[in-house]
Ligand binder design. Structure first.
Ligand code: FEO
Length: 405
C-alpha cells in the first residue's frame, strides 16, 4: 500500500501484513500493519522501520517521496523484531544518518546488528531534536511494553508517534480511525483495541496510567496518535486515551466468562447448567471453548468479565493441555481485579480442578472455592450441583464487583 499523508509533509510509509495469523504465538485474525513515518523537513527524518520481510515495501514508499539518501535522522522507538529488523536495509541507503534511541534500546540493538559503522545518539525523556520547522520530543516509556520503548512527539503538528502503545492488529487499506469506522464499525475498532491491550499490555496497567498522567502533566496537545500497528487516530485520539485509562484500571463488566475444554463432552455438559445458574442470578455469561477459539480471543473475552470459570477435564491426573496452556498464557499477563473458580469432570481420579485453582492462586486472583469435579458424564443430580455452583459464583461476582463501582 502506498504512502499516506497524516499532515503536511508527514507520511505513513509502512506496510500492511494482510496474511499474518500468528504473531509470535498470538493469533491475529485481522492481520496487522507495521507503521513507520517519514517527515520531510529541512532534515528528513524517518521514525521507526518495519519487519524485515516488508523492508522493500516501506523503502518503495519512502523512495516515492524522497531520495532515502536525504534521511538525516532515524528514530528507533522500539527494538522488537517487527520494528527494527529492516533497519540495516534503511541504513544502507542513508549511511550518514544518526539513529536516535534509548540506552536500553542501544543495548538490545547491538544484539541484532554491528553498530560500529552507524552514528547513534542516546536520548532520554524530555530531550528534543530540531529538524527544521519541526521539533521532536522524545518520551521514554519503559515497559510499555519493553524496557527500551519510547514515543516521539512532533510538537508543531501535535502528533504522538506511540510505537506499540494504542496499536491494534488490523490489516486494512483504511489508515485512519474514521476511515476504518466508516468501512467497519466503531465497535469493531474498539474490539481490536481491547484485543491488543488484553494480549500485550495487560500486565502494564500501572505504568500506562502513570505515563498518560505524565503526558497530561506536560500539557501536550494531541491531534493525532500514530501507533506502529493498525489505524492512526485522527478523528478521536482522546477516545483511545480514555479507553487505555479504563483498561489500565482493569475495569470489567459484571459478567462471567466460562473458558473450558472437554474430552468426551462431560465438562462441556457442565457448562450449560452453570450458565443457567449465572443467568438466573441476573449476570451475563459467555461460554468459550478453547479448541474452537483463538487463544487471544479467549484472553480478550476473559478480560471483559469480572468473573472467570475455568472448565477442565482431568487427563492423567492433571489439567487438560489446552486449559493449562490458556492459564499459563493468562498467568504471564498478570490479570488483576478478577475472581475465578474451576470445575471439570474426571474418569479414574480427579486432580485437574485442584491444579487449576493452584494456577489461579499463583496469578494472585481471588478464588471462589470449592470448585466442582464430577465423575464421568453429569447426572441429573450433578447438573443441579452445577446450577447451584453457577448461582453461588454469580452471587459472589456481584458482591466482588461492587468494590469497583
Ligand atoms: Fe510491535 Fe513490541 O512490537
Amino acid at each position: 500500500m502506498k504512502a499516506v499523508e497524516l499532515k503536511k509533509d508527514i507520511y505513513w510509509v509502512g506496510a500492511v501484513d494482510w496474511a499474518v495469523r500468528d504473531f509470535h504465538g498470538y493469533e491475529t485474525p485481522r492481520g496487522t500493519s507495521y507503521n513507520n513515518y517519514l517527515i520531510i523537513d529541512s532534515e528528513v527524518t524517518l521514525i521507526d522501520t518495519v519487519k524485515y520481510d516488508f523492508a522493500e515495501t516501506s523503502i518503495k514508499n519512502i523512495k516515492a517521496l524522497v531520495d532515502p539518501a536525504r534521511i538525516k535522522h532515524v528514530v528507533v522507538n522500539h527494538i522488537e523484531n517487527d520494528h527494527v529488523t529492516s533497519l540495516d536495509k534503511i541504513m544502507e541507503l542513508c549511511p550518514d544518518a544518526t539513529i536516535y534511541i534509548t540506552e536500553k534500546g542501544r543495548k538490545g540493538l547491538e544484539r541484532f546488528f554491528d553498530l560500529s559503522a552507524w552514528k547513534l545518539k542516546i536520548v532520554k525523556s524530555g530531550e528534543t531534536l530540531n529538524i527544521g520547522k519541526r521539533t521532536l520530543l522524545f518520551l521514554e516509556t519503559p515497559m510499555l511494553h519493553w524496557p527500551d520503548s519510547m514515543m516521539t512527539y512532533v510538537k508543531e503538528d501535535k502528533i504522538l508517534i506511540s510505537q506499540d502503545g494504542f496499536g491494534q492488529h488490523i490489516a486494512s487499506s483504511a489508515r485512519f480511525d474514521d476511515e476504518y469506522i466508516a468501512s467497519n464499525s466503531e465497535a469493531e475498532l474498539e474490539d481490536a483495541i481491547k484485543d491488543y491491550y488484553a494480549n500485550i499490555l495487560m500486565p502494564f496497567g500501572a505504568m500506562i496510567k502513570s505515563k498518560i498522567a505524565e503526558i497530561q502533566k506536560l500539557g501536550l496537545e494531541i491531534d493525532i496518535i500514530a501507533p506502529d500497528h493498525g489505524v492512526i487516530f485522527r478523528q478521536n485520539p482522546g477516545k483511545v486515551l480514555k479507553m487505555y485509562l479504563d483498561m489500565a484500571e482493569s475495569r470489567a463488566d459484571l459478567s462471567i466468562s466460562i473458558v473450558y475444554d472437554t474430552m468426551w463432552h462431560s465438562t462441556e455438559l457442565m457448562t450449560v447448567p452453570i450458565l443457567n445458574g449465572i443467568r438466573d442470578e441476573g449476570v451475563i455469561g459467555r461460554i468459550i471453548k478453547l479448541r474452537a477459539t483463538p487463544q487471544s480471543i479467549a484472553i480478550k473475552e476473559f478480560w471483559k468479565s469480572r468473573g472467570l470459570l475455568v472448565g477442565t477435564p482431568t487427563l492423567n491426573n492433571i489439567m487438560f493441555p489446552t486449559v493449562a496452556d490458556f492459564l499459563t498464557h493468562l498467568r504471564g499477563l498478570r490479570p488483576k481485579n478478577r475472581i475465578a473458580g474451576a470445575f471439570g469432570s474426571y474418569g479414574w481420579g480427579g486432580g485437574a480442578v485442584k491444579e487449576a485453582y493452584e494456577t489461579l492462586q499463583k496469578m494472585g486472583l481471588q478464588t471462589f472455592e470449592p470448585g466442582i469435579e464430577i465423575l464421568y458424564k453429569p447426572s441429573a443430580e450433578d447438573e443441579k450441583k452445577c446450577y447451584d455452583f453457577g448461582v453461588a459464583f454469580a452471587q459472589k461476582v456481584k458482591e466482588y464487583h461492587k468494590n469497583f463501582e
